[in-house]
Design a protein around this ligand. Structure first.
Ligand SMILES: *Cc1c(COP(=O)(O)O)cnc(C)c1O
Length: 350
């Protein structure tokens, strides 16, 4: 399949032929040079820490990510959250009103929203009862205009990850782009697919600093893929899509991997505590296996239990309207303190 795959066949015609916006800071890249005078970007010259435009290529942040993940800097694109990264994928590869993508509900809602926004048909193929991709049904839905398949693994809201064989199968047999959203990978024992971007020219991984890294507020999403794919995305991304404050906070945080690991371990430990208690709650009829920082449970009456918890000051996510998720609730793992309150509240409900 590698010889059949050609990224140029997937790129939209207008993207192929467009000339990217060239910013002042693109034209003069060594802008760290301390003794230069910068009169090129119409900035206010009085220093306050953020009076200059940020590095459009976020070189420092990418260097750290490249080193920590064993990839090259040119295999990374950063966005204003993974939501921007996902939107760029649609805009780079999907021709409005012509192309289609495949998503596997129940899953993250943004894929469908972005498909709609970009006027791209979203072919929804339900996961199986045990929340795995139905490979044959998926391949039947593929046609010559199918550009991307979105795999969220570990999946939101179900919490499980997809089997290695399934992912492998799609990478081998689907001639478009396989996007694996690894927003929750740090809570799983499974390895990331990042290392495979050198093997599969059609593999795209998205990650985020919003979950395990504790930086939802700064909005930093990450895309790992071949240099060819990253090159296309770079061409169309807004020049200054990752602001200076975000880059600084990301760097501070990435410099402290031990702290991050401690927080992840604590969340996983709390998850195991909560799982034990949920086993003893009589209105919980099913606890789905989880490799994420949340637990999906099936209850007797999701709307009722949701309201009861709200009345006790605890906000969870009601997923009852999602396909295959009737009467399910999604609980995010909080601090030990917060989880104690949740567990106490669950025990008082009957
Ligand atoms: C939370 C989440 C994200 C994160 O999106 P950001 O825009 O980076 O905050 C991405 N994918 C999934 C499946 C998520 O649940």
């Amino acid at each position: 399949m590698e010889n059949k795959f050609n990224i140029n066949n997937l790129v939209r015609e207008n993207v192929k032929t467009m000339k990217p916006y060239s910013s002042a800071r693109d034209e003069f890249e060594n802008f760290d040079t301390a003794d230069m005078i910068f009169l090129d970007a119409n900035e206010n010259p009085f220093e306050n820490g953020v009076n200059r435009y940020p590095d459009p290529q976020q070189v420092t942040v990418k260097s750290v990510l490249a080193q920590q993940n064993g990839v090259d800097k040119n295999q990374i694109l950063l966005g204003n959250g993974s939501d921007e990264v996902l939107d760029l994928l649609f805009r780079a590869f999907c021709e409005p009103k012509k192309d289609n993508v495949i998503t596997l509900p129940p899953t993250y809602g943004m894929y469908g929203v972005l498909a709609n926004l970009n006027a791209i048909e979203n072919r929804e193929i339900l996961l199986s009862e045990d929340f795995q991709p139905q490979l044959e049904v998926i391949m039947k839905a593929v046609d010559k205009n199918t550009k991307m398949i979105f795999l969220c693994s570990p999946n939101n809201p179900t919490g499980n990850s997809f089997s290695e064989e399934s992912v492998q199968y799609l990478l081998d047999n689907f001639n478009g782009l396989v996007v694996i959203d690894e927003a929750y990978i740090d809570f799983s024992d499974k390895a990331s697919w990042i290392q495979k971007i050198n093997t599969y020219p059609n593999l795209i991984i998205t990650q985020t600093l919003s979950k395990a890294y504790g930086l939802a507020g700064i909005r930093l999403g990450i895309c790992y893929a071949s240099a060819a794919i990253i090159g296309v995305l770079n061409k169309i991304k807004p020049p200054y899509n990752v602001n200076e404050l975000t880059q600084q906070r990301a760097l501070d945080r990435l410099a402290n991997p031990i702290k991050i690991k401690e927080e992840i371990n604590s969340i996983i430990e709390q998850r195991e505590q909560l799982l034990k208690v949920l086993n003893e709650v009589n209105f919980v009829s099913k606890i789905y296996p989880t490799e994420a920082n949340f637990i999906l449970i099936k209850v007797d009456n999701a709307n009722q239990r949701y309201d009861e918890l709200i009345a006790k000051g605890i906000v969870i996510r009601n997923r009852t309207r999602q396909p295959l998720c009737e009467n399910t609730l999604r609980l995010t793992i909080g601090t030990e303190e917060e989880n104690k309150k949740l567990m106490a509240a669950l025990k008082t409900l009957n």
